[in-house]
Design a protein around this ligand. Structure first.
Ligand SMILES: NC(=O)N[C@@H](CC(=O)O)C(=O)O
Ligand SMILES: [Zn+2]
Ligand SMILES: [Zn+2]
Length: 429
């Protein structure tokens, strides 16, 4: 048994206040004030959390762990090591690996690899179409049975309306969420950043915001027809937020996520950070950034997801036109999220909800909670600690972040997965 004592527990929806957390056999046994004083618990291993915040381990419902196939960018081992260093104890991994996770053999392989190499829970996401090529549906029933928690062709939008409709019908029957990378490639084409004054000033090809808008509009219509649970990935535009808000009011089963880079940066940052600020969807305008923050605050956007997308340094050196899209995010998500809290844009409770119980609820996972009986996945945070982002210290294999050198306030001190310490802040910081 183990006792995390003296901290301020913030378990969204269940418990907020000073309390001790008792852990046994990998599960939460009790969350209660005064446990540390009980004589029968005198000999239990203790973790001092005084002055610290104790929260459920974060759930990332959108990350790219790159294994199998792109082990030079990331592996399940390094990606989950980065996760727990960032306070995440559950990671859902996108299927754009090589081979694509469109087949139970790949799903089984990922789950097996997780057992032997991962420091966090990993839930695979299966592909919508074979090879994510947009032509033939994968076997969702088999993928679900093998352990996939959702389906997505993330990175490759499903352009064909008829195949997306059939995908949603099939997913609805199985009650599997469809995670939607909303991009109409007819307008985003070969762009490398947001279309607007900055792209024009730089002479870089733009990706207009309406590429997102058009796809969200189509898929809300299909979701309404099919009754599927539709989850919008990495929402980036004001118009997109408005559409999700309206669909929710209309009773469509829709949820959405935003990534820390989209609520922190705008396309004004692209000339400074270059390819390390190249991602899909691209950083947008200030109006869009304000809208996604507003959406987070009012519940239109359910969850914060990292879209951790590691790429090798040499690939990012190919420059704006040729570098692959994507930035890493597992190790900076907490600091950037707390930035919103420090600026008074969202409450601490809302921020923690968006990292824990809300993403778990989107996928129906029994995680992101400290309720007695739940797995003892616990993150201990020092909300006052300021630290400088140094990509050389990342656990991730990749370094592609625009936040190098940024000073963030709020740091993970310790992470437990199923009651075991899997990360501890290094002494020398
Ligand atoms: N977000 C990105 O810019 N890149 C992702 C794909 C994706 O999430 O669409 C990747 O796999 O690198
Ligand atoms: Zn995507
Ligand atoms: Zn992604």
């Amino acid at each position: 048994m183990m006792l995390v004592h003296g901290g301020r527990v913030l378990d969204p929806g269940h418990y907020v206040g000073e309390a001790d957390v008792l852990i046994g056999e990998g599960r939460v046994m009790a969350v209660q004030a005064g446990l540390a004083k009980r004589t029968d618990l005198r000999h239990v291993t203790r973790i001092d959390a005084e002055g610290l915040l104790v929260v459920p381990g974060f759930v990332d419902l959108h990350a790219h762990l790159r294994e199998p196939g792109f082990e030079y960018k990331e592996t399940i081992a390094t990606g989950t090591a980065a996760a727990v260093a960032g306070g995440f104890t559950t990671v859902c991994c996108m299927p754009n690996t090589n081979p694509v996770n469109d087949d139970i053999a790949v799903t089984a392989w990922i789950i097996e690899r997780t057992k032997t190499t991962a420091s966090a829970h990993v839930h695979p996401i299966g592909a919508i179409t074979l090879g994510s090529a947009g032509r033939e549906l994968a076997d969702f029933r088999a993928l679900k049975q093998a352990g996939c928690v959702a389906v997505s062709d993330d990175g490759r939008p499903v352009m064909g309306e008829e195949i997306m409709r059939r995908a949603m019908q099939s997913a609805a029957e199985l009650d599997m969420p469809v995670i939607d990378h909303c991009e109409d490639t007819r307008s985003s084409g070969c762009g490398c950043m947001n279309d607007g004054p900055v792209s024009r000033a730089m002479g870089w090809r733009g990706m207009p915001g309406d590429a997102e808008y058009r796809m969200i509009a189509r898929d809300i219509r299909l979701a309404r027809d099919t009754g599927v649970r539709l989850h919008i990935a990495h929402l980036s535009t004001a118009d997109g937020v408005e559409m999700v808000r309206k669909a929710k009011m209309d009773g469509v089963r829709i949820t959405a996520e935003v990534s820390p880079h989209h609520f922190t940066l705008t396309d004004d940052a692209v000339p400074t950070y270059g390819a390390n600020a190249k991602m899909n969807p691209p950083l947008r305008r200030e109006r869009d950034r304000a809208a996604v923050i507003e959406g987070l605050a009012d519940g239109t956007i359910d969850a914060i997801a990292t879209d951790h997308a590691p790429h090798a340094e040499y690939e990012k050196q190919w420059g704006m036109d040729w570098a692959p899209f994507g930035v890493i995010g597992l190790e900076t998500a907490l600091g950037l999220t707390l930035g919103l809290v420090q600026q008074g844009r969202v409450t601490l409770q809302r921020a923690m909800t968006c990292l824990t119980s809300a993403p778990a609820a989107v996928l129906g996972l029994p995680r992101g909670t400290l309720e007695p009986g739940a797995a003892a996945d616990v993150t201990v945070i020092d909300p006052e600690a300021s630290w400088t982002v140094d990509p050389e210290r990342f656990r991730s294999k990749s370094r592609n972040t625009p936040f190098a050198g940024w000073v963030l306030k709020g740091q993970v001190v310790r992470t437990l997965v199923a009651g075991m310490t899997v990360y501890q802040r290094p002494e020398t910081l």
